[in-house]
Write a protein that binds this ligand. Structure first.
Ligand SMILES: *[C@@H]1O[C@H](CO)[C@@H](O)[C@H](O)[C@H]1NC(C)=O
Ligand SMILES: *[C@@H]1O[C@H](CO)[C@@H](O)[C@H](O)[C@H]1NC(C)=O
Ligand SMILES: *[C@@H]1O[C@H](CO)[C@@H](O)[C@H](O)[C@H]1NC(C)=O
Length: 258
């Protein structure tokens, strides 16, 4: 009986020792931070529809930096850099996915990379020339993502980063500004010399290259919203009125076929 008791004590000591010294850790993240099993990150690329404030941290102009009221007044109660009085689409997606609001990549001191990051920049296009010098173009956004990927590997290890990138959602909203510069820039830029079909191929081509790069890095879940009825934006309708028409949607710039 006494012997059994001693054996039991020894066994309990062993259990305590074993689980305190070697807690149950999946072997792939030994020595690194391990993420919850179903953790899904959200990476955001694109323009003002999804920019959460990156343009506040670059040299730009007041039209591309909304760090003043009434922006932000209904939800955050201060201008966050979002082109909205409240939340933007990625914020609602983040809420739905039980993630915090995804922080702009350029936000000083941002390191919560395992939740994702927002690389979007108001005014940016798929083409480098779109609002060049005032925005972070899509290619540069991809370069920032590559930098973040390296940091993730250091923090989480190779295997866990691979899992995170494969499981993550990549939202890319781009294109409005590539077409907008043609319509609403009076100073004819180099871009205006392209035939329409060729121009569209260039925009789609550059977007496709970025998506392919993310795919190569392991990304699999892509969200790429289509462009809305461009000609119905308030400023397109104002332009229509200025052109001597009614102020209805400017039909010639609305998509007619897909
Ligand atoms: C922004 O502009 C200021 C003043 O012109 C300059 O000192 C700074 O280096 C610029 N920053 C970047 C990131 O270009
Ligand atoms: C048009 O753009 C060019 C190059 O960006 C610039 O040098 C020129 O001053 C601009 N012209 C006008 C009228 O704004
Ligand atoms: C990307 O855009 C540039 C102009 O910025 C163009 O010269 C190039 O052909 C485009 N790439 C693709 C793959 O369409």
């Amino acid at each position: 009986m006494r012997k059994l008791y001693h054996l039991l004590k020894l066994y309990l000591c062993f259990l305590v020792f074993f689980f305190v010294v070697f807690p149950i850790t999946p072997t792939h993240c030994l020595g690194h931070q391990c993420l919850p099993k179903q953790h899904v990150a959200l990476f955001i690329f694109g323009d003002s529809l999804v920019d959460a404030g990156n343009n506040n941290y670059i040299n730009s102009t007041t039209e591309a930096q909304v760090n003043y009221g009434p922006y932000g007044e209904t939800f955050f109660k201060y201008p966050t850099g979002r082109f909205s009085n409240g939340r933007i689409i990625p914020d609602f997606i983040a809420e739905f996915a039980n993630l915090p609001f995804i922080t702009p990549y350029l936000y000083p001191g941002y390191h919560q990379y395992s939740d994702g990051a927002n690389f979007a920049s108001a005014g940016a296009g798929a083409l480098v020339e779109t609002h060049q010098g005032l925005v972070i173009d899509l290619k540069t956004q991809l370069q920032y993502f590559t930098k973040q990927e390296k940091l993730l590997r250091e923090k989480l290890g190779v295997a866990e980063t691979k899992t995170l990138l494969a499981r993550a959602v990549y939202l890319t909203n781009i294109g409005f500004d590539d077409y907008g510069v043609l319509l609403f820039t009076t100073n004819s830029s180099a871009l205006q010399s392209y035939p329409q079909e060729e121009y569209v191929d260039m925009v789609i081509g550059n977007l496709t290259s970025v998506i392919k790069e993310i795919y190569k890095k392991g990304g699999r879940k892509f969200v790429i919203p289509n462009l809305g009825p461009f000609g119905c934006l308030p400023f397109a309708r104002a332009l229509n009125r200025a052109l001597g028409n009614t102020g209805a949607c400017l039909q010639e710039v609305n998509p007619v076929r897909f």
